[in-house]
Design a protein around this ligand. Structure first.
Ligand code: GUN
Ligand code: ZN
Length: 434
């Protein structure tokens, strides 16, 4: 017997990008029913259409002042940096030396990795995030620890071991050869197991030799379907450093391109300081940028040009970039995304924002047939956002005249308190009031 569930309430999901399709990009049901079967979406539609089709006797759980949406997708985050969120006073390169590298050294201990991975994943669920693209540390056992915890929670997660063979403390460096061997071993062990997938993860160009980047490219060739995950053009000093380290490259992205690292499954975090040629190559290769507004503001890195990426047809997802970013909440991250565009004299409307955090993230990860939407057959990872989560939110949403205003209030004021419930593959994985 198939396992069935039905949830009734306001339902919102995207089927396309509002930037290209306008109002036809989303489906909104003021009184909708979400019918789940064996952990997948069977149907999402008006209650009047779904209720008569439900099996006799099936309980319908009602959500009175909630919005049911697909689970959030965090397209760039570092699980080993969970314990160093809110580290004071440095920009990227000094921040890495002062805070990040010492913390990441602790992940040589697999038991410690398990402990932090468990805390990290529980925090994602508490914030309504059901899929993430995740950096481990340089230690292969950090990825074993992470995937073991993700597998226990039946989560769709993508992760990889950092490759880093220069310009970092000795205690954190691998070699080009060992990084290739260890990554290969992890791909064979984890890629495609349950809902887990592997990302080849050179930290960023300054900490990889040419030889190591080439090994990363070789892994992508040997294992089609595996991801590439790295950082790109986040900070001006970093960009100057890359220009000095790679004299034979035309620009930062070209160093990756020469190693064969651009593909439909390549995700570059940040991408703030880019030339036109870089934007063009990102677009034509089908690569994605993970926009990390909270991190970009906190580390003073710069203002992401969302409109320019859209014009070049580049896939864009949203990343918290914990611990450069300061919140696990994708809603808080969207609030920062709005402010970044405001500083550029641009507007990020709440439909596009919510698209970027759900279906847009799924597209950035080449997973739009599985997650990020409520189309029939999608995996039933979802959240119930409580519009009455706080007295003020209840008061403020009551003033709203339409869905646009409600969504903008949610994406500006919302945080973990708004997440009433999170489901993974149709089962409740987090309950706020438990
Ligand atoms: N660039 C290289 N490593 C990192 C990191 O850990 N965080 C961020 N934000 N940027 C990086
Ligand atoms: Zn990062």
């Amino acid at each position: 017997m198939a396992e069935q569930k039905a949830l009734r309430g306001q339902i919102l999901y995207f089927v396309d990008d509002p930037a290209t399709s306008g109002e036809s990009a989303w489906r909104y049901h003021t009184d909708g029913v979400l019918w789940l079967e064996d952990g997948r979406i069977r149907l999402a539609d008006d209650a009047g259409k779904v209720l008569p089709q439900l099996p006799a006797g099936l309980d319908v759980e009602v959500f009175k002042h909630h919005l049911l949406i697909p689970g959030f997708i965090d397209t760039h985050v570092h699980y080993p940096q969970t314990e160093m969120v809110a580290a004071y006073g440095e920009r990227l390169l000094e921040w890495l030396e002062t805070y990040t590298f010492p913390v990441e050294s602790k992940f040589a201990d697999e038991a410690y990795g398990r402990e932090i991975a468990a805390r990290f994943l529980d925090e994602l669920l508490r914030n309504g995030t059901t899929t993430a693209l995740v950096f481990g540390s340089v230690h292969p056992q950090s990825v074993d620890a992470f995937f073991t915890e993700a597998q226990q929670r039946r989560l769709r997660m993508i992760a990889g071991k950092v490759m880093m063979d220069r310009n970092a403390p000795d205690y954190l460096c691998d070699t080009a050869e060992s990084s290739y061997r260890d990554s290969k071993m992890l791909i064979e062990r984890w890629h495609g197991v349950d809902r887990l997938q592997y990302a080849v993860t050179p930290r960023f160009a300054p900490t990889s030799s040419d030889a190591q980047l080439n090994y990363a490219g070789q892994l992508l060739k040997e294992y089609p379907g595996v991801y590439l995950h790295t950082h790109l053009a986040e900070n001006p000093e970093e960009c100057d450093w890359v220009n000095a380290l790679f004299p034979d490259s035309e620009h930062y992205l070209d160093a990756y391109d020469q190693a064969g690292l651009l593909s439909r499954r390549s995700v570059f975090a940040h991408g703030i300081h880019l030339c036109d040629d870089s934007c063009e190559r990102l677009g034509t290769s089908g690569s994605a940028i993970a926009h990390c507004p909270s991190s970009n503001l906190f580390l003073g890195s710069g203002l992401f040009e969302l409109d320019r990426m859209t014009e070049h047809g580049v896939h864009v997802g949203i990343g918290t970039d914990i611990g450069g970013g300061t919140s696990f909440s994708m809603l808080q991250t969207l609030a920062d995304a709005y402010k970044v565009q405001a500083l550029r004299g641009q507007k990020l409307d709440p439909f596009r924002a919510l698209y970027l955090a759900t279906l847009g993230g799924a597209r950035a990860l080449d997973l739009e047939d599985r997650i990020g939407s409520f189309r029939p057959g999608c995996e039933a990872d979802l959240v119930a956002l409580d519009l009455h989560a706080t007295p003020f939110l209840q008061f403020r949403t009551q003033q709203c005249q339409n869905l646009f205003e409600v969504l903008f209030v949610l994406n500006t004021l919302g945080d973990d308190r708004v997440i009433d419930r999170t489901w993974v593959m149709g089962d409740v994985a987090y309950r706020r009031d438990a």
